[in-house]
Design a protein around this ligand. Structure first.
Ligand code: GTP
Ligand code: MG
Length: 425
């Protein structure tokens, strides 16, 4: 009996998985992760196999014997589709499909498929469609196989499933048009960001592995109602909110798309606009899920991606999340002691939040510096700005002007500095 999808009524595809990791230590994370991605893409896993390869075969990726085993596994399990946990070249994909006699989806296509399901904003949708087209372009030939491309099947969903099969040039034109549209959307986003920049608050971006709890933390801090879900890539489009912190401090906070190991290069490029929020931030809040047995692999994958984005040197707070899932509390103490600027929390239960807020305030303070100014009465508007965007220590309405002592971010300091008075003035 074949199952149907509860929302769409489309038959649920059955997937046979092929794992290709080298390192035995990573077997578990690799298996769990690919199963999670399949679930997010709405396919049912019916079997799997592993090949340890030091070097993939150029024309088929897998070795001959392994291909036969995959073909047998596919027959045994009744799979409709084979999911291979690597990025394949067009030739490799084509040859493998031929040998296995099933449709083949690689890691990039699988992740793009999930992104296509999740994209809500126009920007997100264009980014996914562009990434899908650019991924397909060099592989267009491989589409002409005898296997029917079921509409709505994984790797075939989303805005990318246009007529690209029929004409390379159509795809090329489409890419050009989408790029123009994306430029337009980005200009708009840049304007918004510039408008926000007028407010001299520090900016922070929440980053981390997918499902680490970024949106849960954002919801707790900003009172938002963002989707928080155990499925990978619940968040695709960034959300920014201003939050108020203890002692009168404020902060702009952005929740971003999650990272994953072996994030396909196409996706890093496609989501650059979104990830620009990360690059532009004054500091980062890196959420690490310590409930995961392989949290250190995940953390390193995030640090690698930040390096690719050129954001690895940014000041970073490390938030060890899901401490409610830790069996041994002394583990957490050792972690926090080892990592500078780190804290343990449970975003769902609220444990550790006071410590986290204190750490946030400390980070913000490091972006503020004290000023002492004597403002002419004609510039009294600046006093309001100090109140709104900084921390005012003292205001004194004197005969010769308004004396203000405050802690301010650099933008506002540069505006007000010409009225600075010496320490004992
Ligand atoms: N036990 C436990 N679960 C948590 C905690 N924080 C988040 N979760 C759960 O972890 C899952 C993922 O949370 P999200 O907030 O969606 O994670 P995310 O990092 O935004 O994930 P993506 O947007 O998919 O990258 C959800 O099921 C949350 O309820 C926590 O402190 N403890
Ligand atoms: Mg999220």
């Amino acid at each position: 009996m074949s199952k149907t999808h509860k929302d769409t009524g489309v038959p649920v595809e059955r997937a046979f998985l092929v794992f290709v990791n080298q390192d035995e230590d990573e077997d578990e994370i690799v298996e769990e992760e690919l199963a999670g991605l399949c679930e997010a893409a709405g396919v049912e896993v019916v079997g799997g196999i592993r090949q340890r390869l030091s070097k993939p075969y150029q024309s088929t990726y897998l070795g001959k014997g392994k291909i036969e085993e995959v073909a047998a596994g596919v027959l045994d399990s009744g799979a409709d589709v084979v999911v291979l946990d690597a990025e394949l070249s067009g030739i490799q994909g084509r040859n493998l499909e031929k040998a296995i006699e099933r449709r083949l989806v690689d890691r990039t296509q699988l992740i793009l498929d999930i992104f296509a399901r999740r994209a809500r904003t126009r920007e997100g949708q264009i980014q996914v469609e562009l990434a899908q087209l650019e991924y397909m372009m060099p592989r267009l030939m491989s589409v002409y196989t005898k296997f029917e491309r079921q509409k709505g099947g994984i790797g075939m969903r989303g805005p990318g499933e246009t007529k690209l099969e029929s004409d390379r040039r159509v795809a090329k034109d489409k890419i050009a048009r989408l790029k123009e549209e994306l430029d337009e959307v980005r200009r708009h986003r840049d304007q918004q960001r510039a408008a926000r920049r007028k407010y001299p608050f520090p900016f922070a971006a929440i980053v981390g592995y997918t499902s680490a709890g970024k949106s849960t933390l954002m919801n707790r801090l900003a009172g938002t109602d963002l989707l928080a879900d155990a499925m990978p890539f619940a968040t695709l489009d960034p959300t920014t909110r201003k939050i108020e912190l203890p002692d009168g401090y404020s902060l702009f906070l952005t929740d971003t798309v999650g990272f994953i190991r072996n994030l396909p290069t196409h996706l890093v490029a496609a989501f650059r606009a979104t990830l620009e929020e990360v690059v532009q931030a004054d500091f980062l809040i890196h959420v690490v899920d310590v409930g995961e047995p392989h949290w250190d692999v995940q953390r390193d994958a995030v640090l690698d991606t930040l390096r690719v984005l050129g954001a690895d040197e940014k000041p970073t707070l490390t938030v060890f999340n899901k401490i409610d899932r830790l069996a041994d509390p002394s583990q957490l103490r050792a972690l926090v002691a080892e990592w500078p600027d780190s804290v343990g929390i449970s975003a769902t239960q609220g444990t550790g939040m006071p410590d986290f807020l204190a750490l946030l305030v400390k980070m913000i303070q490091s972006h503020l510096a004290p000023v002492r100014v004597l403002l002419p009465y004609s510039e009294s508007g600046l006093v309001d700005e100090c109140y709104r965007y900084g921390r005012v220590r003292q205001v004194d309405y004197r005969d010769d002007g308004i004396y203000v002592e405050a802690d301010l971010v650099a933008d506002l300091r540069s505006k007000i500095d010409r009225y600075a008075v010496p320490r004992h003035g």
